[in-house]
Design a protein around this ligand. Sequence first.
Ligand code: ATP
Ligand code: THM
Ligand code: ZN
Length: 203
Amino acid sequence: MFIEPTRRREPPHLRVGWIELICGSMFSGKTEELIRRLNRARIAKLNVGIFKPSLDTRYHDQNIVSHNSSVITSIPVPDAASILPLAHACDVVGIDEAQFFDSAVVDVCNQLANDGKRVIIAGLDMDFSGKPFGCMPQLMAVAEFVTKVHAICVVCGDIAHYSYRLVPSQERVLLGETDSYEARCRRCFHLGPDAPHREWVQE
Ligand SMILES: Nc1ncnc2c1ncn2[C@@H]1O[C@H](COP(=O)(O)OP(=O)(O)OP(=O)(O)O)[C@@H](O)[C@H]1O
Ligand SMILES: Cc1cn([C@H]2C[C@H](O)[C@@H](CO)O2)c(=O)[nH]c1=O
Ligand SMILES: [Zn+2]
């Protein structure tokens, strides 16, 4: 588990910020981990702002909701630059679904951290075809801390780090959850549609 660096309450002009990146496949617990860290920042009475791309309207317009129904209220923004003025008064800035942001997100995170803020940003590291997604590689490079979380392969039960698409679309952006994607390990990802899903075993 990631242990948060301590953040002393220096006067604003002396504050040092940093970037924490949480990445992994779908169902790997990125949003859960983001919510956990942000809730702890709130317990520390820090001013927390949470943003997501307005493109991601899954479940709810304003809330960030994990697959196991943890919820936190966020501000949907049309692009990365819109975060800067909205995050002005924040000590901690959370950003979810980072893969959907435009390339300015890297500069925005750097500016926020340079301005003394703790930035916690989560996103899919690979798209459905196994290619790095959007600006995630650049964010990995500039972040001080990178946490890669894993799902469970629904075919064989191993550790999964791919998001396998179950529908024929080749569009990069296709919102969905278990209706259109499943988590798969390296081996089962490459088995494609013929992968033999394990049956439930009754004790
Ligand atoms: N194959 C799976 N492996 C692990 N967890 C799963 C799986 N399918 C469903 N879950 C549930 O998903 C939860 C993690 O959901 P969470 O929303 O945090 O993932 P995520 O990485 O943010 O996904 P997404 O990229 O789709 O937003 C787990 O705690 C578990 O309850
Ligand atoms: C893997 C993958 C997920 N997604 C979407 C599905 C979900 O709505 C979101 C991940 O939480 O990203 C894409 O748009 N393209 C992809 O290649
Ligand atoms: Zn597998």
